[in-house]
Write a protein that binds this ligand. Structure first.
Ligand code: GDD
Length: 409
């Protein structure tokens, strides 16, 4: 049997995702019209003998309850949310719930970060993992040399794919091969985590009876049960024939900022062409608007036939799009209203917000720049004939004058 664990983190981790993380946990933010965590979960459907899917995080139980129960029905597979009482780190989190994860005596455990966007080639990884005979296989990708230091950088044996060296977010250049945050392990991973945990406790006890300087280490301030998969497990096990890599040539991005969520929404919409074409709007339906490229429109949205929508647009539940509206590269969240002849480009429109007649909400679309996309938080009102450019507007604001390059608090 196989189980899958998806690490969803918790509220304190989502600060870079503001203002969109104020009222929705980041893992449930829609990309291509589906909650972020839906995409790795969908990928799990491709695993043979999958017994359970676990989401582990420290968000409130109720945030995930509805989602998890409807998902279990849909997949006809138990999906469980396991709530940590506090953050335990990416390895500490699975260790904390080891008894539950091992209930079905799985031979393999997939571990997926929820905030990465890729096609999750899980069956290929499992094949590679079985061939290697190791304890774990990490999905890796080549990125530009300039961006590699934002990730776990690693060196792998070109022939055996063994992980030879691993440094988490290195200060100087190590390698352009990086950790994608997608893994498959044998249950021995829990022994490896236990070793770290026991060692930590031992040192903590020693420290209590001794002030010896040599005992001071970079991990001294971490609680003994806080264990990071990358620094505490992958780094020390590199070069010991226990960990292997599987390189992907497909798309891969990390989703830490709202700008990246818009980029990843586009990647997932494009992937729907292959995996779920029925989710893409065609413009042939009864409420047909003029559709350009990849577009998702929730069935409950009301879109006027004279609106022109796409490419890369996702329209959520109960949104109203009036006559003559133009939407390009944007995410329109639940219950928002876009009024007659308004234009939205490279922007995210918050829940219950409204964009007035002949108004423009726009940005230059530079995903790496904080103000490269415009974001309206929840319940923002842009009045008629107002232009909002490259700006972030916090919830509940009303804009009656045009703004550019501003953060409106
Ligand atoms: N449940 C739980 N509990 N989840 C956690 C915790 C925790 O205490 N801490 C982190 N996570 C989750 C996050 O939500 C995320 O999905 C994943 O674990 C990794 O988060 P971080 O440990 O904050 O690392 P990161 O995202 O900055 O970098 C990691 O992922 C990159 C790929 O996206 C590293 O493994 C990098 O090496 C890697 O390149």
């Amino acid at each position: 049997k196989v189980v899958a664990v998806i690490m969803v983190g918790g509220p304190t981790k989502g600060t870079r995702f503001r203002p969109l993380s104020f009222n929705t946990p980041k893992p449930l933010f829609p990309l291509a019209g589906q909650p972020m965590v839906h995409h790795p979960i969908s990928a799990c459907k491709g695993i043979t003998n999958l017994a359970q899917i676990f989401l582990i995080g420290f968000y409130e139980e109720r945030d995930f309850a509805l989602y998890v129960s409807s998902l279990s029905n849909e997949l006809r597979l138990p999906v469980r949310y396991l709530k940590e009482d506090k953050p335990h780190g990416s390895a500490g989190g699975i260790y904390y719930f080891r008894d539950i994860i091992l209930e079905d005596s799985p031979s393999y455990i997939f571990l997926l970060n929820c905030d990465v966007c890729c096609n999750f080639p899980l069956p290929d990884m499992l094949e590679a993992h079985k061939r290697s005979g190791g304890m774990g296989t990490i999905l890796v990708k080549k990125v530009s040399a300039e961006s590699a230091n934002q990730f776990g950088a690693l060196v792998a044996d070109p022939v055996t794919n063994e992980l030879l060296h691993y440094t988490e977010k290195p200060e100087t250049f190590v390698s352009d091969l990086i950790n994608c945050g997608v893994y498959v392990f044998t249950p021995e991973i829990f022994d490896a985590i236990e070793d770290v945990s026991v060692h930590r406790e031992g040192r903590a006890n020693l420290r209590r009876i001794s002030s010896f300087e040599a005992l001071q280490s970079a991990t001294r301030n971490l609680p003994t049960d806080f264990i990071r998969l990358d620094q505490d497990i992958l780094s020390p096990l590199a070069g010991k024939k226990r960990l292997y890599t599987h390189q992907t040539m497909e798309f891969w991005e990390q989703i830490k900022t709202p700008g990246m969520s818009l980029k990843c929404s586009a990647l997932y919409l494009a992937q729907f062409q292959l995996t779920s074409p029925h989710l893409l709007a065609t413009g042939n339906g009864t409420k047909s608007a003029n559709i350009v490229g990849d577009v998702y429109i929730h069935p409950s949205a009301k879109v006027h036939p004279t609106a022109k929508i796409g490419p890369n647009v996702s329209v959520s539940a109960n949104v109203r799009v009036a006559a003559g509206v133009r939407l390009i590269s944007c995410i329109i969240l639940d219950d928002a209203e876009i009024m007659e002849n308004a234009v939205v480009i490279h922007s995210i429109i918050g829940w219950k917000s409204s964009v007035g007649k002949w108004s423009r909400v726009q940005a230059n679309g530079d995903f790496n720049d904080k103000l490269g996309i415009t974001i309206l938080g929840e319940a923002v009102i842009v009045e008629d004939e107002v232009v909002v450019t490259n700006s972030i507007v916090l919830p509940n604001k009303t804009l009656n004058l045009s703004v550019a390059e501003e953060i409106i608090l």
